[in-house]
Design a protein around this ligand. Structure first.
Ligand code: ATP
Length: 301
């Protein structure tokens, strides 16, 4: 009889693996809007990670030959540091994330993690080292337990509960009649944007990556929820190399180092106070966002 079940087991494994892969891709903040052509080099080794430093070294890249998007982009995220990429819409911030996951290879320049060119290691090991908290989390039509555990196959109930506590979603789950067995997604309980994001954080915590890519929380969150989520993110990103892609500046003002991108290059860098003093693009964006916030406030009153 066991002979009969073995192929079924195998099928189950294939199904889970594909499903996991699909959501990973979807989660990568819709990074994958094109066919992927990158392949592992023959006999490529796995990435060995001692110090998770991330370096973009003079990277030039575009989606179409005629139009480079990144034009000699260089920046470094030191192991354990929190850096932010900011800049006007279309500057190429999300493209940086896609290249870090090696959905595309640069035309020129290199991307190094712990001194190793990411083009020389397996994509699987590269992606295992990096966790994403995306703007829009994709939830399965399945239980909360499944949705969190999917960060790591085989996680125990206690590990799942711990991740939920660390992501500050446990109090919400504990109040539900079915707890972790509650069905979510289209046919189940609808979660708010903030709750979904906490599920994503719990998932990422279970995966335990040493490098974190944060795609800024959407404006869909009210400012109280946003502050709470930021606080949680601050806690869970401690000790991990963190790259935050930010569209609004208020969310990254406390980063160790802010890289301001414009037209595919870093044009300014520093901390928040230093960049304000510089009186350049960052200061201009900051002042504009402040006055927009004030206008919204006026309109609300
Ligand atoms: P935003 O703050 O608006 O999200 P961004 O700085 O993250 O912008 P990117 O998403 O990196 O910018 O996009 C940079 C440029 O690359 C844009 O002009 C965009 O149109 C282009 N682009 C992005 N993805 C693709 C793609 N798959 N194919 C072709 N062009 C693309």
């Amino acid at each position: 009889l066991m002979q009969l079940f073995r192929p079924l087991d195998m099928l189950g494994w294939v199904y889970r693996t594909i499903r996991q892969g699909l959501v990973d891709m979807a989660d990568m903040f819709k990074l994958l809007d094109r066919a992927v052509e990158v392949e592992d080099a023959p006999g490529a080794p796995a990435l060995v990670l001692r110090e998770p430093t991330v370096v973009f070294d003079n990277v030039t890249f575009g989606y179409d030959k005629e139009r480079p998007i990144l034009k000699g982009l260089s920046f470094e995220a030191k192991a354990g540091a929190h850096i932010a990429l900011v800049g006007p819409s279309g500057a190429g911030k999300s493209t940086v994330g896609r290249l870090l996951f090696r959905f595309y290879d640069p035309w020129e320049g290199r991307i190094l993690i712990d001194g190793t060119d990411i083009a020389e290691v397996t994509q699987e090991s590269l992606r295992a080292a990096i966790g994403i908290v995306p703007q829009d989390t994709v939830l399965f039509n399945d239980t909360l337990r499944y949705n969190i555990a999917y960060g790591r196959e085989g996680a125990s109930d206690e590990e799942i509960a711990q991740a939920a506590r660390d992501a500050a979603i446990a109090p919400f789950i504990d109040k539900l009649a079915l707890g972790y067995d509650t069905q979510v997604g289209e046919r189940g309980l609808k979660l708010s944007g903030g709750e979904k994001q906490r599920v994503a954080i719990a998932r990422t915590l279970l995966k335990g990556p040493r490098i974190l890519l944060l795609d800024e929380a959407t404006s869909a969150l009210d400012s109280r929820t946003e502050q709470d989520i930021l606080e949680t993110l601050r806690r869970v990103s401690a000790g991990r190399t963190t790259i935050a892609i930010a569209h609004r500046l208020s969310t990254i003002a406390d980063a160790d180092l802010i890289h301001v991108m414009d037209d595919g290059r870093v044009v300014e860098q520093g901390d928040h106070a230093g960049l304000l003093r510089l009186g350049g693009l960052y200061a201009e964006m900051w002042n504009r966002q402040l006055s927009e916030a004030a206008e919204l406030q006026d309109a609300a009153e």
